[in-house]
Design a protein around this ligand. Structure first.
Ligand code: FAD
Ligand code: NAD
Length: 466
């Protein structure tokens, strides 16, 4: 039987990053993955393929709607070849997951393909093409999550689908109905809207992206309505019925009335649930919470002291970069170091266009905490850069402590905000004041100037270009 310092179950961004860090720290490391490719949800059916389709569909939309304004004329009809588009997405996925194979071998990490299940706290059975048992001093559970289902909306993978099927459809839906106005619903909704589908979003809460700052929800809602999305908030879906190629979704609105929607596809994107099936956690003395998450303490240690858990399978934001931070944190903890994660500074991004990005506290949270704050907001449309590219929607909003001027939250919507948010993370990591940001030079013309202007507005209400 092979023995390891650390075994990792699950090869998503949490697991594979943990494996690399363990190996870097000199530990003999194994990783176990039940699928034939490494990379987990993120690389195979999540972050990477969804961004590939967002990019392809964005090019198409530009070609159809915006090229002419730029003086670019394409003779003849511009058409989508969906098969080719999905094929390119898959090529990107294959290349990216292949890169993880390379990283595992470069770092001399043993890779096992099969379902990992605890025999006890130090032994793991791996059931794949063949059966293996390995011994591990420490184990990191990184088994991720799966789509949450609604009891009345069984995913048939044909017409009633999850994000996994939405990433490989064989035709462009005529009318895609989306249950859930969260991140997946809006990102994939925008892909198919751009490709020509009618898109209806049905959201239970009173706004889309309800966990983000409400200013962002309002602006994104405005933009999406301009893009002709049919958005229905405060609608609780109560039934989903397929009849041949048609699906009927019934929802209850605020007045208690039943509203029916008919379309050819229904995407169920109502969140994701921790995945621990087949792990046999109880055999190792690992406790699960009522919500099915692996219970961990502040060191991400489970109820079995040599077993840790990270990523989507534990509490907190279900984000690839959160999982990665936790992977590094646990590897360094096992190596005897004292790492730290500031969960307040994990940014959240929605990769629609305009992009939406956030870090720190929202206005709603600051109000709830009773923190006195000031707001500096600057519209993207006032930037020369925005006019040059015609990306006029959105704003940057900085929330700063009323007495100390420390930046407490940054919320932005607009072109390239997914990348711009890093400046806010750096600033907050170093506990910058709004004035600190306002005194730094920002290259002109860039979208980042909106951050400087919002900081000026927060410091002394003296934005320059408005
Ligand atoms: P996962 O990536 O889910 O990996 C877990 C792995 O464990 C899987 O490969 C699974 O097969 C394996 N496994 C499970 N049980 C066993 C077992 N018993 N034995 C062996 N292997 C096992 N996040 C972002 O930050 N940015 C984005 O842009 C983004 N886009 C997304 C788009 C979509 C459509 C979806 C669905 C998710 C997206 N996410 C995004 C979320 C992101 O994918 C997850 O937060 C991230 O993958 C979590 O990483 P993880 O390592 O915890 O788990
Ligand atoms: P989500 O939590 O973002 O959104 C789900 C939405 O569904 C919520 O707004 C919720 O109110 C709504 N909902 C729940 N039940 C409903 C019902 N019965 N009727 C109508 N609406 C209902 O979840 P998601 O979009 O499924 O994404 C899952 C996870 O994947 C998220 O945690 C997210 O962090 C991650 N993800 C991240 C990214 C990114 O970082 N860009 C992209 C995709 C997914």
């Amino acid at each position: 039987m092979k023995s390891y310092d650390v075994a990792i179950i699950g090869s998503g961004p949490g697991g594979y990053v943990a494996a690399i860090r363990c190996a870097q720290l000199g530990m003999k490391t194994a990783i176990i993955e039940k699928y034939s490719t490494l990379g987990g949800t993120c690389l195979n059916v999540g972050c990477i393929p969804s961004k590939a389709l967002l990019d392809s569909s964005h090019h198409y939309e530009d070609a159809v709607k915006h090229f002419e304004t730029h003086g670019i004329e394409i003779p003849g009809e511009i058409k989508v070849n969906l098969e080719k588009m999905i094929g390119r997405k898959q090529a990107v996925v294959d290349q990216t997951t292949g890169g993880i194979d390379f990283l595992m071998s470069k770092n001399k990490i043993d890779v096992y393909h099969g379902i990992g299940a605890f025999k006890d706290a130090t032994h793991i059975t791996i059931t794949g093409d063949k059966k293996d048992v390995i011994e591990a001093k420490h184990t990191i559970i990184a088994t991720g999550s799966k789509p949450t289902t609604l009891p009345f909306a069984a995913i048939d993978k044909e017409r009633i689908i999850s994000s996994t099927e939405a990433l490989k459809l064989k035709e462009i839906p005529k009318h895609l109905m989306i249950i859930g106005g969260g991140v997946i619903g809006l990102e994939l909704g925008q892909v198919y809207k751009r490709l020509g589908s009618d898109v209806t979003v049905i959201e239970y809460m009173d706004r889309i992206i309800p966990t983000m700052d409400s200013g962002l929800s309002k602006e994104l809602n405005k933009v999406f309505r301009k893009q002709k999305f049919n958005i229905n908030v405060s609608h609780k879906v109560t039934s989903v019925v397929r009849n041949g190629d048609e699906v009927t979704v019934t929802a209850e609105n605020k007045k208690g009335e039943l509203v029916k929607f008919n379309g050819d596809y229904c995407l169920v994107s109502v969140g994701r649930s921790p995945f621990t099936a087949g792990l046999n956690a109880e055999s190792a003395g690992v406790n699960l919470s009522d919500r099915g998450q692996v219970e961990v303490n502040g060191k991400l240690q489970t109820s079995a002291s040599n077993i840790y858990a990270i990523g989507d399978v534990v509490k907190g934001a279900m984000l690839a970069h959160k999982a990665e931070e936790e992977g590094v944190f646990v590897a360094e903890t096992i190596a005897g170091q004292k790492p730290h994660i500031d969960y307040n500074l994990i940014p959240g991004v929605v990769y629609t266009w305009p992009e939406v990005a956030s870090v720190g506290k929202t206005e709603e949270q600051l109000k709830e905490l009773g923190v006195e704050y000031k707001v500096g907001q600057f519209p993207m449309r006032a930037l020369g850069r925005s006019r040059a590219s015609m990306d006029l929607d959105g704003f940057v909003k900085i929330l700063a402590d009323k007495s100390t001027d420390e930046v407490l939250g940054v919320h932005m919507i607009g072109a390239r905000c997914a990348d711009l948010i890093s400046e806010a993370v750096v600033a907050m990591e170093f506990r910058a004041s709004a004035e600190d940001i306002s005194r730094m030079s920002h290259a002109h013309p860039t979208f980042s100037e909106a951050i400087k202007e919002a900081a000026l507005a927060a410091t002394e209400d003296r934005a320059l270009h408005i």
